[in-house]
Design a protein around this ligand. Sequence first.
Ligand SMILES: Cc1cc2nc3c(=O)[nH]c(=O)nc-3n(C[C@H](O)[C@H](O)[C@H](O)COP(=O)(O)OP(=O)(O)OC[C@H]3O[C@@H](n4cnc5c(N)ncnc54)[C@H](O)[C@@H]3O)c2cc1C
Length: 562
Amino acid sequence: MSRFVALLCLPFVHGVNYDYVVVGGGVAGCVVASRLAERHSVLLLNIAGPPPARYNGPVVLTDELIMKTNLTATPGMSAYIHQPGYKPVPHFSTSQTGSSPARFLGGSSVVGLSLFMYDHDMDWAPSWDAKAMQNYFLKMKIQPTYHPNYLHPLTEKFLKVTGSAQVTPLSQRPDGTKITATAAYLHSAPAGLKIMYNVRADRLIIEHGICTGVVVRDTARGVDREIFAGKEVLVTAGYAYSPRLLFLSGIGDANELRAAGIKVVRDLPAVGQHLTAPRFTPISWNTDEPTLSKMMGAPISTGKAVPESFQSAVAEATVHLGKDAIAQFMPLYYAPKSAPMQYSLQGESWPLTTNAYTMLVTMRTAAQGSIKFDKDPNVSPHITHDAMTAEDLKRGEELVDEAKHMGSALPSSGQVEHEQDWSAVYDGRGTCRMGKDPRTSVVDLMLRVHGVKGLRVVDGSVIPQSTPFLAMPEVLALAERAADLIDDVETFAVTEVPFGTPLLSLTHGEESVLGELPVPVGMEGLALPAVCAFAVSCTAVGVLLIWRRPRPAAMDEYCRQA
Ligand SMILES: Cc1cc2nc3c(=O)[nH]c(=O)nc-3n(C[C@H](O)[C@H](O)[C@H](O)COP(=O)(O)OP(=O)(O)OC[C@H]3O[C@@H](n4cnc5c(N)ncnc54)[C@H](O)[C@@H]3O)c2cc1C
């Protein structure tokens, strides 16, 4: 009873404007915010606004555009990536940061290559298996095509000579443009959705074990503001920044929090750990046929541009090498030790000189990684991918041999000689992974943060397993399902029942169920009259605060109806 009174009071105390506050307007944030807004008032917060219109054009973007408009970034939003063998490309902004996730509304779908592959046998956790998820893969507003608008002539040849190769499924429209999460989910979002951008969420507001809101930094004005949620806060800031927001809010490994000088709210050692990402390595062959690198025009390449090729998704054909690996055909040179982002692929300054095609071998690995955070939100996180295991490296050698055999079947003027390195710099999962045990996971199977009420994480960081694929389709399906779970009835999960509670007391009448469930710290044991008195005084204070606060008018300046 007291728990419910406490929850009822909070909206009055803080002057809540929205049922749900969604923190991070990336792939998952766009989906879950727009789905929930079909029935609730929802505020979506993001670091940056909608992507410039140019992002709705060609699939292949230039580093110039990405760097100027995107990763030129908010302080604290680069991601320093460390891993064996990885050398950033000096000529591009990736020279310091590796490829950070994108910051516009739509998140990394805005800079993605539109590759659309996922593990059709996924089995993440109880009730998160392929069967349970199949309807969500069908429901999501971005769907793959197996017949894209453009294939390079070399890819056509590769498909002919390699019987097991397939055209890579892509999330593209019939006109060859890529479908971003912004376009699919925000363009025609329900009226209940408001979007606030140019804000960086720096801390969750957690009182008595309940998350009630978030503190954001207005990056244009350099001031902080508090935003409150009536029902829940949903963290959707991606694999690097979701665990960071938890950490900055006192949720993480207790020792690390203390060392950073942050008050421990909840000891969850798995925050920022168990990072999983596929590893890839390129093998290339020189060719006389002009590759994508030669078709982009000045100043990227010399010679006339072939605009048709701008629709290429680069990894145009795919061969499955067992369950855990793929080899992809790319009609361009992909230098090792470089950040795999758009034209940094080449690892050469412009105009590009090497004309070669590439087989990119990508595999799942048992190796994990972790992310370290500073207590200052202006300091970017450090991401470390561990070295592959000896077993993985051995399997990797076999895969490279298979790919060499396939790549050699095309006419070429010989292999490009270079050392072989496996890198993982694109994508990540697992840093807030789902599970039952708070010692090894961050959220439960309903995506609720262990031990904190009113707070869920809904994005790629909760996915506990790696695949050889990039994660966008899985993140879309996860977020579609999360919206259903969040909108469902309130459940009384047995994980919340104290050990030793007899079944009869749980199932014998509603009152007894509520009586047995844990209550927020500080409220336990309060007599009903005391709780009521507390509720009345909270309401009075709340009314006073609302009356004093100039917030709603100011807020409208930032908000835009989606
Ligand atoms: C260069 C690149 C290419 C890719 N290509 C493909 C591809 O072809 N196919 C594929 O399947 N996958 C691809 N991916 C991976 C895919 O884009 C990601 O798996 C997916 O976007 C993850 O979704 P998310 O919602 O977890 O995070 P994101 O999409 O990264 O979204 C996170 C959002 O949160 C916002 N944010 C972060 N912190 C804060 C904060 N503190 N306050 C407010 N807002 C915040 C960011 O601005 C961003 O908008 C690619 C990724 C990259 C980086």
